[in-house]
Every structure is written in structure tokens, then in C-alpha cells.
Design a binder for this molecule. Structure first.
Ligand code: FES
Length: 154
């Protein structure tokens, strides 16, 4: 079931598009912002509200890799694994993240603070390697800076 806050925000998005279905990605983002991720029940609630099938909502949700269909930690780390970052130190960063957080890609730390995910190009290839934590983009990341970066989120 959608909350009043979610319904209010989704109604606003629906008012901006020609038909309800076109607001599906925004509806998914709204629910994720409120709940941290998008459960099957949320997919069904969005589908009911937008008068489309749950399968249609789910197909959009699974197409966009930043819609999380499983619970994630309070902070999601997106480590770029595209070509520029790959050649500029991605592997070293990944190994350091695995060691410092004790997780692999797709996993969440025991304290539920971080989820680590691979991500395609973050759009700053001239400043590789790059990663994002939540909305924060880190460029030219050096492995020795990682600990200090992570500490900002604990
Ligand atoms: S390849 Fe990593 S930011 Fe583009």
C-alpha cells in the first residue's frame, strides 16, 4: 500500500505526463526514496495506482539498475567498472572495498550501512577511477583515500 506522501508525490508526477503509465519510473523512484528499495508489494501497489500490470512495473524496475528490488544498506556504493576506470585502477579499488567492508558485489555489510554494486560508466571517464556513494560522486579515487571516504558515511 502506498503512503499518503508517496501518493501525493506520484500524483504530482502523473500531472506532468500525458497518461498515468508514463509516470512509472518516477513512481518507482519515489517509493525507493521513501523505503530504500522496491518490494514486490510496492510493485503491485504502484501497478494498481497507475492502472497497469505488475509485470509492466517490474519490467521497468528491473531495466533501471538504480531501482533496487532487494533491500540495500543505508548507503549504496556504485563502483564504476567501465573501460576507463577499469584501466585506471578499478580492480585495486574493488579489492580494497572488499577488504575494508568485508563484502563482494551485490552484498550488504553486516551493520547494514553499505551495499556494494558494480556500475557502468558514471560519466567522468577523464577522472577515472570513479565511484558514487549515494548522491556523492568521487573522482580520481586513490586506494589510500578510500578509508577516509567511507568514514564520512558511518
Ligand atoms: S569509465 Fe568510469 S566513469 Fe566512465
Amino acid at each position: 500500500m502506498l503512503s499518503e506522501t508517496e501518493i501525493h508525490a506520484i500524483d504530482h508526477e502523473v500531472s506532468l505526463v500525458p497518461y498515468k503509465k508514463a509516470a512509472v519510473i518516477e513512481a518507482l523512484k519515489i517509493v525507493q526514496q521513501e523505503r530504500g528499495w522496491v518490494s514486490d508489494e510496492s510493485v503491485e501497489a504502484i501497478a494498481d495506482y497507475l492502472e497497469i500490470s505488475a509485470a509492466e512495473v517490474d519490467s521497468v524496475a528491473t531495466f533501471y539498475n538504480l531501482i533496487f528490488r532487494r533491500p540495500v544498506g543505508r548507503h549504496v556504493i556504485l563502483l564504476c567498472d567501465s573501460i576507463s576506470c577499469y584501466v585506471m585502477g578499478y580492480q585495486t579499488l574493488y579489492e580494497a572495498l572488499q577488504q575494508q567492508l568485508n563484502v563482494k558485489f551485490g552484498e550488504t555489510t553486516a551493520d547494514k550501512n553499505f551495499t556494494l554494486l558494480p556500475n557502468a560508466c558514471l560519466g567522468c571517464c577523464d577522472h577515472a577511477p570513479a565511484l558514487m556513494i549515494g548522491e556523492d560522486l568521487y573522482r580520481d579515487v586513490k586506494v589510500e583515500e578510500l578509508e577516509g571516504i567511507l568514514k564520512k558515511y558511518v
